[in-house]
Design a protein around this ligand. Sequence first.
Ligand code: SF4
Ligand code: FES
Length: 251
Amino acid sequence: MRLRIQVWRQSPIDNGHWETHDLNDLSPGMSILEVLDRLNELLVAQGDEAIAFDSDCREGICGACGITVDGQAHGATANEPSCHQRLWSYQDGQTVRLEPLRAGPFPVLRDLMVDRQALDVMIMAGGFVSVNAGAAPESNDLPVGHDTVEDALDFAACIGCGACVAACPNGSANLFLGAKLRHLSELPLPSLERDRRAKEMVATADRVFGPCSNYGECAIACPAGIPLAAVSQVNRERLRAAFRSLRKVRK
Ligand code: SF4
Ligand code: FES
């Protein structure tokens, strides 16, 4: 299989440019990251600098990979990370454009690598549990219903790849934020910090990322299959925390 690869090259001190390379010995089962591996072997063999990109598990678990392929975060197949995007989505001889995840809060570090610390800022604003749980309790002392556990697990599946932000025309992080709020608000101990978490994480999202206009592009790109219901959870948590604060003031 042959592909013409247009890849974004950028150093920390320039504004970036496109580079074009022709690859002739690819197979349809290769992933987008394996194409970059092959290209890097050729570049290094001829004395050129390898293309920088992020990856770790290559199994759709870690969230480290994530590039924009022909304008789509992760690639042509919906709900798959870049490490699982296969060349059978492309035609023999096609030109394929590889560039970093594009979003204002994700500055390009080098080539296809971006700085996704903005997601860590969101987590530090409240995406954790600080309640002292003491010694491990007897599991049957704190029963949690099966449906609640399943729902919390579905939303805990977010791998923090940032594709939802890059896919959103506004650069909003509401799919990521809603996934965190939903899975933590459902379980007994994390729910004790629900109001504070909602206020601080939503305020941080408003400050660091753009607003949500319900385009829905985020859920199409999300490799963890986080549903759009996560986005509506953001406003639900925001309003719930505001009403509960009002009630406390009135008392
Ligand atoms: S919600 Fe989906 S697209 Fe967004 S960071 Fe989590 S896994 Fe990635
Ligand atoms: S490299 Fe870990 S999810 Fe793609």
